[in-house]
Every structure is written in structure tokens, then in C-alpha cells.
Write a protein that binds this ligand. Structure first.
Ligand SMILES: [Zn+2]
Length: 624
């Protein structure tokens, strides 16, 4: 989901690094349909296939849908039950999501007058057997019996390994007013997590799992999603003036009939399907033959308030996808859609879906570099969430941490100061990174799963160098795309490619909440006998530091500065320096160690000097 630095440093909005373009846009009413090639090799195991018909009622803000699901059993044991995610019930009274979030998620407040809900109105096997009576809401994570975001369905006969199970489902969704990724805002609709969706079925060995089975969790305030790869064919019926953005290729748009149009999209080798619709979108597309495996068409669905930023959305998308292709490997899909929600629909902004992302809502100044930042972050998810597809319920750091690390790297290649800003982001309460999403609180989720995770990855890079780090990410992506790896799998790639053993590093910084802290506890000085010359003993210490050489900047009272290098392995011994009286000394003044989170105690000044006080005050401002 949305980049986390946004919350730490809102000041970024004030920066304006790109000039807005002035080209006016014209609405495009019919986007040309593309032909589907039938014979395309599968990239994923395609364990599930959805055909969905859904109609938007623009007055009641409801979705009325029917779906045919085909699930192919990938395991070795008979399956007696299924699990469905009914995500829109997160916005119904009593839900775990609302209890955990208190109705506020990351500064967005849910409007209690417009809750959301989902109901399955029919569930049948192809022979007509009615499965509705066996639908039971379950709450494996917290036992909250009012939560209806996960349902179990007991099957009358088991599904055997390799068999296909077909289901016919009918459903209604009441869209909430936009909150936490979905809903309506005026005529705008963001349909994410909007259809009854099968949980993921993991086979033995997948993510080190001993026994095969469903991996099913409720929808939590701080959890995202996890699903099997498959195929989708979705027909979306909306009033004629609406434009529709969705996952995958647009295969057909009907002529208007009685004021309605049908938009059909087809997607393969994806694990989710989202769409957005609005009569106000300004739609434009660009084809880039040099991007992706075989060319990439980027579609922009722009709120009119961001017309002036149009060229920047295209430019950053092109730059980023070209760079990610070089770093990690080609993007294998041929479409990418970017939705800019209307001003005020911030709950829909900054979200990733397969081949579709949402930018910040158009209330942000179109000249701010947050325009680029959010696109870069969500495009990073196209790799780590979209294709590598880790379990965001149980291991959210793998996706958000890698997305934030990748975002920082890409943004730093455009704006060198960005890397420095990223290391200043506050981490007030470190937690282990390897926790399920719902075990973090509102104040610890983003700061750990995004920011601390990205710093830990930067800490690995600081040990092995950028080239090896990018080798690791490329190997990890290429080995595990479409394969749902775990933290253990990621660690194994790090060890293999780096040729080093990071097990202890992971124990300290991933599986526990430790971070590095350097401290300058004091300076003792004694005269050497030479006029104005002293022998200084700098009492330095470090917590959790790996053996590392760190610079210490020393300023003498005569105004001269010197840098001495300190090996953190020698923490027990004071560091001895000779020279003039010291005004102040500062460990790691250029923030070379991204794992260090508490810089204020790095500075010591035996003699008062204004500079130190000023810097300490500035640091406190940033860090606390
Ligand atoms: Zn994210």
C-alpha cells in the first residue's frame, strides 16, 4: 500500500522539483479493444479461474454480481472445505477491521453514515446443489464472532488432488464511502477486494509448510492480502458516460444500450482483479515498445484536477519501469493502468493491484514530488506484491519493505537527497519485522514494516555493496516470481548470492526488534605537556553493531575539524586522539549506517558551542 515516508515527512509536499505540463486533455470515450492471443504460455500455476459479471448501481452504490469459479486442487490430500474472503464486510459494524482501526486508517476516517458490506446470495455446485446453508463465518485470528470477512464452506463431497471444482456464486456489495482502499466518492468508484474470493491453498513445502492446506485470515486494519494466481474474465456494466480502468487487457466495450455499457477485461497470471470507474476520468494511453517483455501500454485515468501533471505521470512510469526491467527483469504483462482518484478520495489512493495502481488522490499539489513518489512505490509493488506475491497477512515486511527499499533507490536516482530523507524517517518503537500484520499497532505497522524493513535491507547493502544487493534482488525476483516465497526463502537467496551468512543478522534485525545505536558517552582530556595540546579519550559505545568502521567528526576549539575512523569491534576501549581542545565530536555525521536509529546521542560537546546546540536541536526535530 501507500508509501510510508508520506506520513513521516509531509513536508515533501512543499517541494516542487518538476515543472507541471500545460497540455490540455480531452476525455476518451471508447478505448480501443485489444485482441487476445489465445495461445500464450502460462507464467504461473493458474490454480483458479474467475468469470465475473458485475453491475454498478450508481444510485445505491451497490455492486450486483455473479461469478463462476473453477478451482484446481494443487495438493495431495482430499479437501473437504473451502474458505472465501468477503472483504467488504470489514466496513460493517462490529468487524475486526473497525475494532482494530477505530474507523481511522492512516489519517483517513471512515464515514459511519456509509458503511460497506458483502452478501453471498447464491452458492451452488454445477449440479445445482445449494451450498449456502453450509456457509459459516469464521474468525481464526481473533475469535470476534461479529467479523464476517472470512467464510468457510463445507463441501458435500471432497475434492481430490488434481480435480477441478466449479462453483456458481451470486453476490451483492454495498460500497462504503471511500475508506481503506475501496468505495465510492461522488461518481467515482474504487472496486478493490470487491468479489467473493477463494483463500490461497498452500501445498506442502510452500513457505516451509509441513502440511498442505488453506491459508485463510480475516481482514485486519493492518493486513493486506494473499491469493493464488489464476485467470480472470470480468465484465463490468456501468452507466454509459463512465470510463473503466481494470486489471488486465480490455477485450471488449459494448455499444451503449439503454444508457449502459459492458466493459470486459481479461487477465492471466494475476492473483487479484481490481477496477475503478468514473464519468470524469480523462483517459490517455501511451505505448512503449521498449518496455516489458514485448512492449507495454500505459493507460492514465486522470482526475481533471491533475491535468497539469499528466506528462509527469507518464514520464515517471516510463523511467521506473525501464529501471526495474534492468534491475530485476522484464515486466511480463502488456498493460499497466494508473488511476488518479478525485480530490478527497484519499482512501482509494496509493494502492497496488496486479497491472493497476492508484496514485495519491488529486488533492495533493500537482507540482509536488509526491506525484512521482507514489507511482514509484506502487510500481515497485508490481514486482514484489504482483509477481513475487508474498503472504501479506503473515509476512507483510517482505512486500512493503522491499517496495520501500526499491522506492528509495529509484527516487534517490532521481533526487539524490531522497536517500538521506529516508534514513531520517522516525522509528520510535522498533518491533520484529517477521510478525503477522495484525500484531502491529497503528503506530508501529508502517514504521516497522515499511521504514525499518527498508533500513534493514539498506543495512545488508551497506555490508555487501550495491552491486551484490541488486544481484540478490534480481535473483530473488527471477527465482520466485509467481511462487509465493517466505522470509526463509529470501534469506537463503541473500546468503547464496552474497557468499556470506546473514542468519545472525536476520536473528538480530528481522526476527527481533533490534537496531543499531552508536553513542558518544563522554570525552576525557589531559594535557600532553605541549602548549594547547591534549590527549583525548572518546568513550564510544555501540549496541547491536556489526563489526564496522565508522567515521567520527571532531571539531577543535580553534575551528579545525578532523575525521577519525572507529572500528565498532573496539567499543570496550576508548578511542584516543591527540590535538587541540575539542569543541564537539560526532559519530557518523553523514548517516552512513542506515540501521542506526538514534542519532541524538552520537554528539558530545565538552565545551559549549552554538553549532552543536543548533545541530542537536535540528536532529531532535527530525528524529523525535
Ligand atoms: Zn506499499
Amino acid at each position: 500500500m501507500r508509501p510510508a515516508i508520506w506520513y513521516g515527512i509531509g513536508l515533501l509536499l512543499l517541494c516542487s522539483l518538476w515543472m507541471p505540463a500545460k497540455t490540455p486533455l480531452t476525455p476518451v470515450h471508447v478505448v480501443q479493444a485489444m485482441m487476445l492471443e489465445e495461445e500464450e504460455p502460462a507464467l504461473s500455476q493458474r490454480r483458479v479461474a474467475y468469470r465475473i459479471d458485475v453491475k454498478l448501481d450508481p444510485d445505491t452504490k451497490q455492486l450486483i454480481g455473479s461469478e463462476q469459479i473453477v478451482w484446481q486442487h494443487p495438493g495431495r490430500k482430499p479437501v473437504h472445505e473451502l474458505y472465501f474472503h468477503l472483504y467488504p464486510n470489514a466496513f460493517a459494524e462490529g468487524s475486526t477491521f473497525l475494532k482494530e482501526s477505530g474507523g481511522t486508517l492512516r489519517q483517513d476516517r471512515m464515514d459511519p453514515r456509509y458503511p460497506g458490506a458483502m452478501e453471498i446470495t447464491a452458492l451452488r455446485l454445477p449440479d445445482g446443489t445449494n451450498l449456502l446453508p453450509s456457509v459459516e463465518y469464521v474468525q481464526p485470528d481473533d475469535g470476534n464472532t461479529d467479523d464476517r470477512t472470512l467464510a468457510r464452506v463445507v463441501l458435500p463431497t471432497p475434492v481430490y488432488p488434481g480435480e477441478k471444482l466449479e462453483l456458481d456464486v451470486k453476490f451483492h456489495v454495498q460500497l462504503p464511502k471511500v475508506f481503506a482502499r475501496m468505495g465510492f466518492y461522488g461518481d467515482f468508484v474504487m472496486a478493490g477486494q470487491w468479489f467473493p474470493k477463494l483463500a490461497a491453498y498452500e501445498i506442502a513445502g510452500q513457505r516451509q509448510r509441513r502440511e498442505e492446506g488453506w491459508n485463510a485470515h480475516q481482514y485486519h486494519a493492518h493486513s493486506e492480502f494473499y491469493a493464488d494466481f489464476g485467470t480472470y474474465e470480468v465484465t463490468i456494466t456501468v452507466p454509459e458516460p463512465y470510463q473503466v480502468a481494470a486489471t488486465g487487457r480490455l477485450s471488449a466495450v459494448s455499444e451503449p444500450r439503454h444508457g449502459w455499457r459492458h466493459w470486459t477485461f481479461t487477465a492471466r497470471d494475476v492473483h487479484d482483479f481490481a477496477w475503478a470507474a468514473s464519468p470524469d476520468f480523462l483517459v490517455e494511453q501511451r505505448h512503449y515498445p521498449d518496455l516489458g517483455t514485448d512492449g507495454l501500454t500505459v493507460f492514465l485515468y486522470l482526475d481533471p484536477a491533475h491535468q497539469s501533471a499528466k506528462e509527469r505521470y507518464f514520464r515517471i512510469t516510463r523511467q521506473t519501469m525501464a529501471q526495474f526491467g534492468q534491475w530485476f527483469g522484464p515486466y511480463p504483462y502488456d498493460t499497466l493502468r494508473i488511476v488518479v482518484p478525485p480530490p478527497g478520495a484519499s482512501g482509494a489512493g496509493g494502492m497496488e493491484y496486479p497491472t493497476l495502481i492508484t496514485a495519491w488522490d488529486a488533492s495533493i499539489p500537482p507540482s509536488s514530488w509526491a506525484v512521482e513518489q507514489v507511482v514509484v512505490h506502487e510500481l515497485a509493488h508490481q514486482y514484489w506484491y504482483g509477481m513475487v506475491a508474498t503472504n501479506e497477512f503473515e509476512e507483510p515486511w517482505l512486500d512493503e519493505g522491499l517496495a520501500t527499499f526499491t522506492e528509495n533507490k529509484m527516487m534517490a536516482s532521481l533526487v539524490p537527497e531522497y536517500g538521506r530523507l529516508a534514513t531520517l524517517s522516525p522509528i520510535l518503537e522498533p518491533k520484529p519485522l517477521h510478525l503477522p500484520a495484525w500484531e502491529y499497532g497503528d503506530d508501529t505497522y508502517a514504521s516497522n514494516v515499511y521504514l525499518r524493513a527498508a533500513r534493514v535491507l539498506s543495512g545488508i547493502e551497506a555490508v555487501i555493496g550495491e552491486e551484490k544487493m541488486m544481484d540478490i534482488l534480481r535473483t530473488y525476483f527471477q527465482r520466485y516470481q509467481f511462487a509465493h516465497p517466505s522470509t526463509e526463502d529470501f534469506l537463503a537467496v541473500i546468503n547464496e548470492v552474497s557468499g556470506k551468512n546473514f542468519n545472525d543478522f536476520f536473528q538480530r534485525f528481522v526476527f527481533s526488534e533490534r537496531m543499531v545505536n552508536y553513542r558518544l558517552n563522554g570525552i576525557e582530556s589531559e594535557a600532553t605537556g605541549q602548549p594547547g595540546q591534549y590527549r583525548h579519550r572518546l568513550h564510544v559505545s555501540s549496541e547491536n553493531a556489526l563489526p564496522q568502521t565508522v567515521p567520527i567528526l571532531i571539531r577543535h576549539v580553534d575551528g579545525k575539524t578532523a575525521t577519525v575512523m572507529w572500528n565498532t569491534q573496539n567499543s570496550a576501549e576508548p578511542l584516543v586522539v591527540e590535538g587541540e581542545a575539542i569543541a564537539w565530536a560526532w559519530i557518523d555525521p553523514f548517516f552512513s549506517n542506515p540501521m542506526e536509529i538514534h542519532h541524538v546521542d552520537n554528539v558530545y560537546r565538552p565545551v559549549h558551542e552554538q553549532t552543536v546546540a543548533t545541530w542537536a536541536a535540528r536532529l531532535s526535530y527530525w528524529l523525535e
